[in-house]
Design a protein around this ligand. Structure first.
Ligand code: NI
Length: 182
């Protein structure tokens, strides 16, 4: 089922999320819905707060990026109770967008490498290191779990320049090809 994506300005995008318990109800249905919602909006990642939930869950599918970046081949993953425990490597600037912030793209600085502990869709634990584009997308989605949006991380002058665009999103003055909630 395609769910509405919560837009910039909705308070749930600023909430701290919580780890889910092992008996979390209907987990696989939720994950299916998150993927369907993400694909419908042509996204490569989606975090639970973007569909109104305060849970530490995110889904990522980079298989559409394989041609541009072979390291993304086959990368489709669920990260449950995700916790980044190390960030390393040089800061890299790369343009990002977000399904909760339509029509805005800005360069965001992020470290090139992360180490993350998480559970997969079967609640099996993992402790893995990622770098490059994978690390970037994971960090973007992970930020959502801490109530952080990519527009919080851009330099002051650019932030000033997009303020009116952000205000338009908050007041509902934005067009979107997918179902949204504000
Ligand atoms: Ni986002």
């Amino acid at each position: 089922m395609i769910l509405p994506i919560y837009l910039y300005g909705h308070p749930v995008l600023r909430k701290e999320t919580k780890d889910i318990p092992p008996d979390y109800p209907h987990l696989s249905l939720l994950l299916d819905n998150m993927y369907e919602t993400m694909y419908n909006a042509n996204g490569v990642g989606l975090a639970a707060p973007q569909i109104g939930l305060e849970d530490r869950i995110l889904v990522i599918d980079l298989t559409s990026c394989e041609k541009d970046d072979p390291s993304c081949t086959g990368f489709k993953k669920v990260f449950i109770n995700a916790h980044i425990i190390e960030r390393d490597g040089e800061e890299v600037l790369m343009e990002e967008g977000c399904l909760s912030i339509p029509n805005i793209h800005e360069k965001v600085p992020r470290p090139n490498q992360i180490r993350i502990r998480y559970l997969d869709e079967n609640l099996q634990p993992h402790d893995e290191v990622y770098e490059g584009y994978k690390a970037r997308v994971i960090q973007h989605e992970y930020d959502h779990l801490d109530g952080i949006l990519f527009t919080d991380r851009i330099a002051g002058i650019r932030k000033q320049l997009i303020r009116s665009k952000l205000n338009k999103i908050m007041t509902g003055n934005v067009s979107c090809s997918y179902k949204v909630k504000r």
